[in-house]
Design a protein around this ligand. Structure first.
Ligand code: PLP
Length: 383
């Protein structure tokens, strides 16, 4: 057994990353400025998106987006229950209705067929999630959204570097990314909005900073033009330079970081190939490139140990795990205030009770991974 605890995720931070942040701290300008602008430019180059707007988290991107689209009471937003609670919560905070859609049982992704069934005349936005680093089936999903004339925005929190059918996520449409410390690159906390719609981008840019009419950083005054005026009430979600500089450095390494994740993930698959007690997610059957944000397994009936026991037993052996995700519709508030019950989204619930994310991060060694594999085998053999 390991002597030290292996976390399920850990950001890859180099001495150069630390020095770059320290340089910004010493520079006299630590909030949004030249580094944030450079990070947006670098993000544009990497994803080939039209415009990129950096914010303090993906959740803040969601607030700005819903405001920009004018979503409120009487409107419906379609998203999976198998997601992080950010978007469902934000929809509720805006007084709109969340319409959950069940996911494919083995990829955990929204299918075009399931999506279309949920569309009503009140649907104002569709937000599917690229799950674990694999890609949604974007072509058919876009076709459904276009047929009904409803905006589709991709939750790309797991999908930096992911490709669908040869297109990098971000290179088409409108997307939201996260730089929370468990994501493929981090800024501590942070998020990015990308789009090809210049009007939407301008509105988002303004709304993320008090709703001011201008956004440009002025080198002479080291700030914004003092005469900037509020054109509509906005939020305060701008990404500071001390974070953006970390994003710049991390983004320069994203391909290297993702390929380390991939090597580990493929090695897990190989090591677990004969083990029926745990079932990894299945690859979608269309062309895509994985960014390996998470390595998710389902603890099946064969294991004779529940998922919660599996996680607790691994923890006892100094192996950390994650749960991505406990379904949203059965969380306390959603059950009690909104009346959701078990049985409404069968594939989501089946997975919610069985999924577990095993340790996967770029600086994890094969030896660390062998410890995970050994501990998993011991836990599954115990009963
Ligand atoms: C992490 C995550 C978010 C939220 O990102 P933040 O930057 O923490 O706000 C949203 N959706 C999914 C699917 C995520 O995994």
């Amino acid at each position: 057994m390991r002597n030290d605890f292996l976390p399920f995720s850990k950001p890859s931070i180099t001495e150069e990353d630390i020095a770059a942040v320290a340089d910004v701290l010493r520079s006299g300008w630590i909030t949004t400025g030249p580094r944030a602008a450079q990070f947006e430019e670098a993000f544009k180059r990497y994803t080939s998106c039209g415009e990129a707007v950096a914010m303090t988290s993906e959740t803040s991107v969601m607030h700005v987006l819903l405001r920009a689209l004018g979503i409120g009471p009487g409107d419906e937003v379609i998203t999976p229950s198998m997601t992080w609670v950010s978007l469902p919560n934000t929809v509720l905070l805006f007084g709109a209705k969340v319409v959950f859609v069940d996911v494919d049982r083995d990829t955990l992704m929204v299918t075009p067929e399931a999506l279309e069934e949920k569309i009503t005349p009140r649907t104002k936005l569709i937000v599917p999630v690229h799950f674990a680093g694999a890609a949604l089936n974007m072509g058919p999903l876009r076709a459904v959204a276009e047929k009904h004339g409803i905006p589709l925005v991709e939750d790309a929190a797991h999908a930096l570097g992911t490709e669908w059918n040869g297109e990098r996520i971000g290179s088409k449409g409108t997307c939201m990314f996260s730089f929370h410390p468990i994501k493929n690159i981090t800024t501590g906390e942070g998020g990015m909005f990308t789009t090809f719609d210049p009007e939407l981008a301008a509105r988002v840019r303004s709304l993320k900073f008090h709703g001011l009419g201008v956004d440009a950083y002025d080198r002479q005054t080291h700030g914004r033009a003092p005469q900037a005026q509020v054109v509509e009430p906005g939020f305060k979600f701008n990404m500071p330079d001390m974070q953006a500089v970390l994003g710049l450095r991390q983004l320069a390494r994203v391909e290297e970081l993702n390929s380390k994740r991939e090597a580990l993930a493929l090695r897990y698959r190989e090591k677990f190939s004969g083990i029926g007690e745990i079932m990894p997610l299945r690859d979608p059957d269309y062309k895509f490139k994985h960014s390996w944000h998470l390595f998710v397994v389902r603890v099946t009936e064969k294991a004779r140990v529940t998922r919660d026991e599996f996680m607790a037993e691994l923890k006892r052996r100094n192996i950390g795990t994650g749960l991505h995700f406990r379904c949203t519709h059965l969380q306390k508030y959603y059950r009690e205030a909104l009346g959701y019950r078990e049985g409404m989204y069968p594939n989501t619930e089946w997975n919610s009770d069985r999924i577990c994310s095993l340790p996967l991060f770029p600086d994890m060694t094969e030896r660390d991974q062998d410890d995970v594999v050994d501990a998993v085998k011991v836990v599954l053999a115990r009963r």
